[in-house]
Design a protein around this ligand. Structure first.
Ligand code: DX5
Ligand code: ZN
Length: 236
């Protein structure tokens, strides 16, 4: 088992053969399927919903990590839970009652995450650490794949890592620290050194098919960079 988790964002996969893409990328060594849900209200783009989650569920045993970029949030939580989601995360700006939404996700049997946009301060985490299984740092503004990594996200990840470590040191349950946006072979190592343990990558993975149609080459290259990451703690 790797100490780091790679979570391909299927937003950049070939939607005409999504089930096969999911199976291929997990077979190539990825750990988690990152599933981007956009509603054309919270973000200016429209993607996929619970029906597609349900359709790909039989294609892999890997956890499906549903990233909700939608407003409002709550009605979709039970729908994605029924569709086989393992993790559901949302943006605090999109929910009227963040604590209630976090509780709802767990009540539905899923792990719960909060997503911080590039300009969202860490204060949203202050009173909900016990409700969280995952914190997702956006290193782009949400809405599209293929955007450039915002370097400030590294400092933010470091600050969140300190909070998570303090939380677990005080007896709190483990919390994954995930990053999303512009992650590639040439920056994943710096991201790991900032304390991130779970790495979303969309265009970097699905834009780099091997000659045989698989994704082993790029996943191995990402893992090799991660193996060289030093100086930081490793994922639980
Ligand atoms: C952006 C999405 C990301 C996106 C990442 O709003 O949340 O998951 O697919 O794509 P890349 O890795 O291409 O930046
Ligand atoms: Zn995402």
């Amino acid at each position: 088992m790797s100490e780091f988790r790679i979570a391909p964002s299927i937003l950049s996969a070939d939607f005409a053969s999504l089930g096969e893409e999911v199976a291929l990328v997990i077979e190539a060594g990825a750990d988690v399927v990152h599933f981007d849900v956009m509603d054309n209200h919270y973000v200016p783009n429209l993607t996929i919903g619970p029906l597609v989650c349900q359709a790909i569920r039989p294609c892999t045993k890997a956890p499906i990590d549903v990233h909700l970029m939608v407003r409002p949030v709550d009605a979709l939580v039970p729908m994605f839970a029924r569709a086989g989601a393992d993790i559901i995360s949302f943006h605090p700006e999109a929910s009227e009652h963040v604590d209630r939404t976090l509780a709802l996700i767990r009540e539905q049997g899923c792990r719960a995450g909060l997503v911080l946009n590039p300009a969202t301060p860490l204060a949203v985490l202050d009173h909900v650490m016990d409700r969280l299984d995952l914190i997702l740092v956006m290193s782009v503004n949400p809405g599209f794949g293929g955007q450039a990594f915002i370097p400030e996200a590294l400092r933010k990840a470091q600050a969140i890592r300190r909070r998570i470590d303090a939380h677990t040191a005080a007896g709190g349950a483990p919390i994954w620290l995930e990053i999303d946006g512009g992650v590639k072979v040439d920056n994943i190592r710096a991201v790991a050194e900032a304390g991130v343990d779970t790495f979303v990558a969309g265009s970097a993975i699905f834009g780099a098919r091997d000659p045989d149609g698989g994704y082993r080459g790029v996943i191995n290259a990402l893992r090799q960079e991660l193996a060289g990451a030093g100086g930081s703690r490793r994922a639980a």
